[in-house]
Design a protein around this ligand. Sequence first.
Ligand code: HEC
Ligand code: HEC
Ligand code: HEC
Ligand code: HEC
Length: 232
Amino acid sequence: MKKRLGIIVLFTLLFVGFIMNWGYSYRKGLEEGYISISKETPIAIIPSEKGVFERSEYALEYLNMPIDVAHQRTLATYYNNQAYPGAPPSIPHPLVKGERGMGGKACLQCHQNGGFTEQFNAYAPVTPHPEMINCRQCHVAQTEKTLFKETTFFKTLAASVGTNNALPGSPPVIPHQIQMRENCLSCHAGPAAPKEIRVTHPDRINCRQCHVPATNITSSSVFTRKNFTNDQ
Ligand code: HEC
Ligand code: HEC
Ligand code: HEC
Ligand code: HEC
């Protein structure tokens, strides 16, 4: 009898534990990955401002990291991988079984913090948006199959680099949109950053204190969804 009671108690405890764990992970799953502007927050946080600090904990490491000249990326290869500047780059490497889903953790194991990947003989670029876990909604694998017809589509030119300063030595303006690019250090620091835009001062942290967005960005404007308000 005692033994049976013990087993019942044990299973009840296990069941309660299971419910609690499940409930916790369910609630976590509902949480917003992105900080939205909330009416209740006493200090208004603009998501694009917050992102500037996202990888600043690695700033000193980036500063002291030796440059691996043999494996540097260039802006040319960076652009080559996009349909047009600002478009999601295609996935230039084969995907193993586990990554054939939408992405998420499988992709983040390399793309959250970067690092050298022996297999592809390259440094993994750090994603500026680890919270958007359905990676393959936007990033598609490169394919050799020519199912598509040739078109006359041509890429718009990317913003120029090195000519964005008002005076020699003054901070260049940011020549690109900052929507989805809030996290500056993900593209501008570390071994996977294209060498032309690899920043000499990752340790300055508050990038937008000195760098302001160019006001003549005409190639694209901030995307706002029509027929949509937060109150609906
Ligand atoms: C084993 C580590 C690893 C995994 C897992 C991985 N990647 Fe990569 N990824 C890399 C490396 C390394 C590069 C750089 C390749 C190069 O420069 O030749 C790269 C490049 C990319 C690029 C091109 C970025 C650019 O700026 O051109 C995209 C996009 C990308 N990966 C998306 C993904 C997605 C989506 C997944 C999950 C389905 C994924 N990767 C899984 C290591 C990985
Ligand atoms: C809503 C669409 C969308 C989703 C979802 C998305 N990305 Fe991106 N990603 C983009 C766009 C657009 C760019 C190009 C940014 C630019 O050049 O302005 C980009 C750029 C990148 C880059 C290039 C950064 C660099 O320095 O070269 C990597 C790596 C990357 N994404 C990985 C990922 C991974 C991993 C995931 C999933 C965790 C993911 N992305 C989810 C749209 C998306
Ligand atoms: C998705 C990757 C990515 C992110 C994130 C990003 N940048 Fe850039 N940045 C680029 C690229 C690529 C260029 C080269 C010009 C172009 O293509 O727009 C560039 C150019 C620049 C330049 C001009 C450099 C020069 O020498 O003229 C400045 C300044 C700059 N970025 C600042 C920032 C700041 C500040 C942030 C954060 C708010 C940021 N960037 C976020 C990719 C990125
Ligand atoms: C205290 C002001 C200040 C802060 C903060 C700052 N920068 Fe700069 N940045 C400059 C100046 C000044 C230059 C011009 C450098 C030169 O000509 O020597 C520059 C140049 C650049 C360039 C062109 C390439 C280079 O390194 O010369 C990029 C890209 C850039 N900054 C990105 C960033 C990013 C990303 C951050 C945040 C981590 C940042 N900056 C923070 C002042 C600043």
